[in-house]
Each structure stands twice: as structure tokens, then as C-alpha cells.
Design a protein around this ligand. Structure first.
Ligand SMILES: *[C@@H]1O[C@H](CO)[C@@H](O)[C@H](O)[C@H]1NC(C)=O
Ligand SMILES: *[C@@H]1O[C@H](CO)[C@@H](O)[C@H](O)[C@H]1NC(C)=O
Length: 353
């Protein structure tokens, strides 16, 4: 009893003191947040432990490529961590400017093809990303693209805007998800979440392909197969893989040629998974039925881009993870990875541990 009391008392007194001490010891560490639009939930986590410096510019688009790039080069010297909110690449120049105390880059994204992994690795800098927390939101957009492409939203919205509705019984007919074969390229978090969401749609069969069979597939009733089989059999093909040297242009004239005439291609991964020239030809010549893209090359797609002339293409401006809750969850996770890296704990979601 007395022992328990003493332990409780000692722990009760020591723990907060220990936390405070740890916090005081990290307060002089500088953490650079690369964009002015990082959610406050993520900033709060960082500010509790560190001295946070935040760029006054946005790290996306033209501003990110110009004003912000110059600003980051000024702000980064002496930083122990860099929180990267951007689709722009992390340059050697920026890492050189940071100095040898830079321990971690934490990207607020699932994809890290823009993070210069070889260079970070060579320098012994840790890298974390934010997978999983965005799977549901991205999967919701995958479902949106499936419906948008299958039910010809681009043409139909155009009719609404023009006030010229084609309203015959046999006009602007689309395709059903019910009874179809849905092929998922990459049954990771996003792929699995997409299957879960579609499971109420009376899909006929789920196929998936990837490096290896996934234990989660059984519960999802998804059947493992080769990429070729998947392309040949699927009515809907959903790309949910990261962009790597291996997956770049995995959808090209050859692979498009293997798809069914009624196939609908959906991409929620990265634009460069698809050879857009080949996709344009396939859609224009109606070799496949339609495509729904949340990601393109480049982003933004110029408004006079020839892809946008296609009635059977439904495009969204890379909004997969763009919900209030998901962006906040991504920020908190990105910040907690920084906290762990700078307090000697393992990363929660490591790319380079
Ligand atoms: C940590 O800093 C706070 C104020 O910033 C101070 O109140 C507290 O006593 C310090 N704790 C330790 C253990 O130094
Ligand atoms: C097309 O993609 C397939 C599968 O990803 C690949 O094996 C093939 O080399 C690619 N072909 C071309 C012309 O890029």
C-alpha cells in the first residue's frame, strides 16, 4: 500500500516535470513549415515543443515555385525539421542551406515522389509521410470519379450549363457499377478503402494486382491477378499505386490496348502513372469508354489542354485528400512525426526511418 502510494506519488510528480524538461530542451529547436496554409491543428502540435518558423507564402503553384522558394532558402538555415506541404521538389540547394542539424523532412502527403529520397538518404535525413489518414477521403473521390465517368458528368453538366438537355429515353446513357468487374491496381490503404466503399454497389467481382497478394483481400472478396488479366477483364480500372520508376506510364498505348471497349479508367494516384498522349488517343478513338482523373500532368492542367476537349473525360483538380478533417489529420500526423524524430522516438509513418 505504502509502496504503491509512493510509486504513484513519485510518478505523478516526476512525469509532468519530465515532460516539461523535455519540452524545454526542445524549445530551442527550429522547425520550418514550408507553407502559409498548414492547418492550425498541426501548428499547435509543433508549437508545444519547438520554435516554429512558417513561410508567409503558399508552397504550391507559381508562388511556391518563385517567391516561396526564395523565402524558404532564407528561412531554413539552422532548422532541425522541415514540414513539407507542397508538390514542388525538395532541392539539394534547400538541403545544403539547411545545415547538418536537419534531422527530418515530414511531408504532409502520402506520395513522396517529389521528396528527393536518394538525396535525403545519402545525407542521413529521416523522411516521413502521411499515409492511411487520407485513404478514406481519396477513396471517396475514387468512387466519385467512377460515377462521374460512368454516368458522363462532363457531358451532362455541359448540357445543364448550356440549357440544352438531351432528354430522350435512349440519350446520354451511361454504365452501371452494379454487376461490373472492378480492378484495383494497388490494394494498399486507398485501394482497400475504395473496395470497402464500393461493396454496397453490387459489384460483380473485385480484382486487384500488385507485387504480392494482400492478406486483407480475402475479407474484401478481392481476387489477386496479373496486371494483364486485370486490364482485360475489368469494366472499371482504378489506379491507386504510388509513382515510382516502375509505375511511371504503366498505363500506355500497350496497356490501354488490352482494356475492354467499355473500360473506364480512374486515377487517384499520380498523373505520371498514365501516358496522357496515349490516353487522349484511346478516349478520342473510343477504344475505351471514359476516364476519371483526380491527378494529371501537369497540375494544373492548362484550360486549353486537348484532354479537356474530350466529352468522355471527367477531371478533378487533385482534391483526393481535400477535406477539412483529412487535411487536419494529415497535419497532426506530419507534426507528430517531427516530434518523434526530434525527441528520439521512432517515426509513426516512416519512409526513411
Ligand atoms: C520549463 O519552462 C517553463 C516556462 O517556459 C517553466 O515554467 C518550467 O519551470 C520549466 N521546466 C523545467 C523543468 O525547467
Ligand atoms: C507499358 O506499360 C507496361 C506495364 O506497365 C510496361 O510493361 C510496358 O513496358 C509499357 N510500354 C511502353 C511502350 O511504355
Amino acid at each position: 500500500m505504502l509502496y504503491a502510494f509512493i510509486v504513484t506519488a513519485v510518478v505523478g510528480v516526476l512525469l509532468p516535470a519530465h515532460n516539461a524538461l523535455t519540452t524545454n530542451m526542445t524549445k530551442n529547436l527550429k522547425v520550418l513549415v514550408s507553407s502559409n496554409d498548414y492547418p492550425s491543428s498541426g501548428l499547435d502540435v509543433l508549437r508545444e515543443h519547438f520554435t516554429v518558423v512558417q513561410s508567409p507564402y503558399c508552397n504550391f503553384g507559381e508562388e511556391g515555385a518563385n517567391e516561396n522558394k526564395a523565402e524558404l532558402l532564407k528561412l531554413i538555415p539552422g532548422s532541425s525539421a522541415l514540414v513539407w506541404i507542397s508538390h514542388h521538389p525538395i532541392t539539394k540547394e534547400l538541403l545544403d542551406k539547411a545545415g547538418p542539424q536537419l534531422k527530418i523532412v515530414s511531408t504532409a502527403s502520402a506520395g513522396y515522389n517529389h521528396c528527393n529520397v536518394p538525396e535525403l538518404k545519402a545525407r542521413g535525413i529521416k523522411l516521413s509521410n502521411t499515409p492511411n489518414v487520407l485513404s478514406s477521403a481519396v477513396a471517396e473521390i475514387a468512387v466519385g470519379l467512377i460515377l462521374g465517368a460512368a454516368r458522363r458528368f462532363t457531358e451532362n453538366l455541359d448540357q445543364v450549363r448550356r440549357g440544352e438537355w438531351e432528354n430522350g429515353f435512349n440519350k446520354v446513357l451511361g454504365q452501371d457499377v452494379r454487376g461490373s468487374t472492378v480492378g484495383i491496381v494497388g490494394l494498399g490503404g486507398i485501394g482497400q478503402a475504395t473496395v470497402k466503399r464500393l461493396s454496397g454497389f453490387e459489384v460483380g467481382k473485385f480484382l486487384y494486382t500488385g507485387h504480392r497478394e494482400k492478406p486483407e483481400a480475402k475479407a474484401l472478396n478481392a481476387e489477386f491477378t496479373s496486371l494483364d488479366n486485370l486490364l482485360e477483364q475489368s469494366d472499371f480500372i482504378v489506379l491507386a499505386v504510388p509513382l515510382t520508376d516502375e509505375t511511371r506510364h504503366m498505363i500506355n498505348s500497350t496497356t490501354l490496348g488490352k482494356m475492354k471497349k467499355n473500360a473506364i479508367l480512374v486515377n487517384v494516384g499520380r498523373g505520371d502513372l498514365v501516358d496522357q498522349e496515349a490516353l487522349y488517343e484511346a478516349l478520342k478513338n473510343k477504344n475505351i469508354y471514359a476516364a476519371g482523373l483526380d491527378v494529371t500532368t501537369p497540375e494544373p492542367l492548362p484550360k486549353d489542354h486537348k484532354l479537356l476537349t474530350l466529352p468522355n473525360l471527367f477531371v478533378l483538380p487533385h482534391i483526393g485528400s481535400a477535406t477539412l478533417r483529412t487535411r487536419s489529420d494529415m497535419a497532426v500526423l506530419a507534426s507528430n512525426n517531427v516530434v518523434n524524430a526530434l525527441t528520439g522516438k521512432p517515426l509513426i509513418t516512416p519512409v526513411l526511418p
